[in-house]
Design a protein around this ligand. Sequence first.
Ligand SMILES: C[S@@+](CC[C@H](N)C(=O)[O-])C[C@H]1O[C@@H](n2cnc3c(N)ncnc32)[C@H](O)[C@@H]1O
Length: 404
Amino acid sequence: MTLAVPSREMRSISESEPPDDWGFRGCNTQYGTHGIHTYVAAMIPQLARKLIESYAPPKGIVFDPFCGGGAVLVEAVYSGRLAVGRDVNELAVLISNAKTTHIDQVQANETANNIIDTLDFSHGTPILDRTLGYWFKEEHPPLLDALRRSIEKNVDCHSPLRSFFLSVFSATVRDVSLTYRNEIRLRRMTPSEIDNFKVDPIQRFQKRVRQASVVVGDLPQGIFTDIRIGDVQAISLDDDECSAIVCSPPYGDERNGVSYTQFSRNMLRWLGYSNEHIKKSKDKTLGWGKRIRTAPKSPTLERALNAISEFPNSVNEAVSFYADYQSALAEMARVTKGPIVIVIGQRVLRDTIFDNGAITTDLMENIGVPLMDVFYRKLPSKRLPKMRKFGAAINRETILVFQK
Ligand SMILES: C[S@@+](CC[C@H](N)C(=O)[O-])C[C@H]1O[C@@H](n2cnc3c(N)ncnc32)[C@H](O)[C@@H]1O
């Protein structure tokens, strides 16, 4: 194993242990609207809140350019700030909107009753491609298909109820899919587990509507949010438009890091997105779908790339990712007038640790944005399989605060 040491600049900042309470062990991460829909590699809401309260001015615009499941945006709304989010993943944008939009609880439940009352099973079994069918029990696709059609029939496509019902539907799709809930990569249950897996999609949907309608009913009304599809390398915001950025970027590309596309594919297919559409979105993710690029300047990155030089494909993949990441950081610096808070973990490629905290600091230095604070936060060990091998070197994430 090769450990790429932090750059000189990084080491000059005090490497204090994080304050004890930043571990948030045992905290409920599903409170409020966070529980409406899960997302892979989500930020802990308590951490998002702490960072927003520490670095974003009251009533300011908090921007998350990698909004994922919306943890930062929800906490921005709960803390009285304005929430602006972008992500290339349609599921991320859908659920972030649902979690930050007030809906009248009575109206949500009445609409849910209409959706259930007008379910129409006459369409029979929908034609699924083999890959989608593989993840569901044979009897479930007709029920999911009827639910989806009934939502279309009962919810106007411009209504705020739409993101609510589609998110609850998507969470239901995940509930009934034959996958393990706590694993990052999709893996099908064993035949005996499938036999014992008893779940009714319609009942599950109704239960989720009941729970979710309470928490969206409690959201403040009339709060400004702007959450859309968008590529961080070309952000649709003016210069200096936001007060602060709080985000957690991907740690690597979709092959070598977490695959957000794989996590969301089944749900997106049920929401009506084609495989081609999903592929096009994936091509926009950092480090994907582009020709090989030049490595940005970073002593830490250079050391890590040298350590894996006998694997040219891996070098190219890493270079593509960090080249995109460099232009993402430049765009982020353009659109904010305040602090940029980045929560990022280490990445292991070819048995070499890429110290993403130190690399991010080098890349920000390239664009003239200095580091103001750095903290480390221990991660719960069960989440990352590689932790067993690399232990303390990767069982923490780095919280970097840059001052534009
Ligand atoms: C670590 S996740 C963010 C998780 C989020 N903080 C949460 O709490 O759920 C990283 C996100 O970056 C998104 N992403 C990857 N490449 C992107 C790009 N070029 N532009 C915008 N978002 C991108 C992925 O789709 C993914 O949702």
